[in-house]
Design a protein around this ligand. Structure first.
Ligand code: FO1
Length: 313
């Protein structure tokens, strides 16, 4: 049973821990968003790749919702003493080691795929993690701030400005000329199940779909594509999956998120509380199953993963 998963951060991390209990982890390829990658103080930071790595490596800080459990922020605090403006993106001391290691290898000519393989093996991860592309793709958010339209890096919008601005549009700079990372298209072509993790559709999954060839592969293989709704009862399952859906013109419901993936989904897993809208989604030609998708532990996540598997196999 070969599985390919399209993944963002928190929701994906939780789900993939369950998937690891449902199928042999060696059979899983996780294709991770890099659109929210950012260069900070000269260091390449890959928030979604690192989130999935830390979740699967049992090192994620579940309470904070990002970074490593037990981390300290001494370096960042010291940076703030030089200039508070420099320290808005909080890099933990342990987390910094990951960025130092990655940046150094990239500078010596390694690709992001190669670096990711080194990082995930250090965390003892059996799944294969691939960045969506080795080429730079940057999610940019156009917002109205103090009456003027400004174009921001995704992290400036989300962390620095706390996602408070009115969003006009989102674009994935560089995506049109990016190539899928080695192994991505083959993994999608050969998968018995392609799963869209319960991640933010606009911020996490859409950048992956924007890399030429990936969306097309899902369209061809629609029958084996199962998504897990990141929206439960009109609210996000984890993180900020509700944000930005309105910008894409769809409602913040399990049906709206399914609509966002129109033409790509064979099946859609929703939460029990959303059973009432299952018929609406089914009428668009998508198989629907409901379960408790609030993955408060690995065994619940396993149930969700098994449901996605059952819908396509
Ligand atoms: N999120 C925050 O809300 N504040 C931070 O200071 C912050 C720092 C940070 C550092 C490394 C990292 O990998 C992620 C970090 N995040 C932080 C999370 C990140 O901004 C987003 O949640 C993801 O990019 C969305 O998937």
């Amino acid at each position: 049973m070969r599985v390919a998963a399209l993944a963002g951060g928190i929701g994906a991390g939780k789900f993939l821990r369950g998937l690891a209990r449902a199928v042999p982890p060696h059979d899983v390829t996780v294709i991770v968003n890099t659109g929210d990658d950012v260069v900070m103080h000269g260091l390449r930071v890959c928030p979604d790749v690192d989130s999935v790595t830390y979740w699967l490596g049992d090192a994620f800080d579940r309470e904070r919702g990002w970074g490593r459990r037990g981390d300290t922020f001494r370096a960042n605090e010291e940076l703030a003493r030089f200039d508070a403006e420099l320290a808005w993106f909080n890099l933990g001391d342990l987390d910094l080691a990951t960025h130092l290691f990655r940046t150094d290898l990239l500078a010596s000519g390694a690709t992001l795929s190669e670096v990711t393989q080194r990082v995930t093996s250090r965390f003892g991860i059996d799944m294969r993690l691939l960045p969506m592309s080795d080429d730079p793709v940057t999610t940019r958010v156009s917002v109205v701030a103090e009456g003027e339209e400004v174009d921001l890096h995704f992290q400036e919008y989300w962390v620095r400005r706390r996602a408070q601005d009115e969003v006009k549009s989102v674009r994935y700079q560089g995506a049109a000329s990016a190539r899928p990372a080695p192994g991505v298209l083959v993994a999608l072509r050969e998968a018995d199940l392609i799963v869209l993790c319960p991640s933010n559709p606009v911020a996490s999954v859409a950048p992956i779909l924007a890399v030429p060839g990936i969306r097309e592969e899902l369209e061809w293989r629609r029958d084996v594509v199962a998504g897990v709704s990141p929206i439960v009862g009109g609210r996000p399952l984890a993180g900020m999956a509700d944000r930005l859906l309105p910008v894409a013109g769809v409602e913040v419901t399990a049906a709206g998120a399914a609509e966002f993936y129109s033409g790509l989904l064979g099946a859609w897993v929703i939460d029990d509380v959303d059973r009432g809208i299952a018929g609406r989604i089914e009428r668009t030609g998508v198989r629907v199953a409901a379960t408790d998708t609030v993955m408060t532990d690995d065994s619940k996540a396993e149930t969700v993963a098994r449901m996605a598997l059952a819908l396509v196999t």
